[in-house]
Every structure is written in structure tokens, then in C-alpha cells.
Design a protein. Sequence first.
Length: 159
Amino acid sequence: MNRVILMGRLTRDPEVRYSQGERAMAIARYTLAVDRRGRRSQNQDGNEQTADFIPCVAFDRAGEFAEKYFHQGMRVLISGRIQTGSYINRDGQKVYTTEVIIDDQEFADSKGAAADMSGYGNNSYQQSAPAQRPAPSSAIGDGFMNIPDGVEDEGLPFN
């Protein structure tokens, strides 16, 4: 089984290109910095390396979503599969590649935590005016209640 689940921060804004042909498709590439747990290792310079940098690729609607909503420094959760490959570079040397092909991606931080990120790139997803929400006792059309602003995620029973 080839399945991977990662949570990390984007090292930069996603780079998005569109395929050519009858139906143009978004192809978003970004890198996740994923913290290591437990034992710390040292890189060649003798510095401690506490994160791995994982290249990720999202296609079609997932690529469009990444282009619109993901920004440098955001913490995201992805799942997908590992894909390996190789190519010959300009110097004639064979280069091996490993990347995660994304099946599913989502925000890993609450909206409030994302808005509080300082020094982590462009926060264009923040709202400039407070959102108008229905009263907590009212239900949305899908049968779920809105959670009022200011309620911490830790207090919810389904974490």
C-alpha cells in the first residue's frame, strides 16, 4: 500500500502552472517542512536538522485550491501517495525524484491561529471585517450549527 499523511508548513507560496490541451488543468507544486519527532540528526554542516522538506504536487481542483488559499508559513495536512521518478539533467547525469501526489489537502490551523501568524508570508485569507454569522442556536441548511467566533477548538467534544 502506498499511502502517506503529512502535516507541515509551506516553505513558500505554491507554484501553479496550467497544462496545455483540450482541458487546461492546474498543477500546483509546493514544499512542506515537516517536523521530526524524537531523535535529532545532524546535516553535513554539523547543524541539527529538525525538519524534512517534502515536495508535493496537487492536480486539477486540488491545485486550484492550493493556488487560491495556501500561502507560505501556513500549516496544512495532506494525504496522498509517494511517486518516484528520474530524468537526465542538462549535464547528462541521471537525477532521481521523490514527491507526494496529493489526494486530499486541508488547513491544519484554526482560522484564528492562521490570522495570528506573524512573519509567515502573505495572510490574504484574513477577513478585514467581522463575518456575519447566525445565532449559535440556528442551523445552517446542511443541519450543522455554526460555531460562534471566540470558541476555542480545544473545547469541542470531537477533537
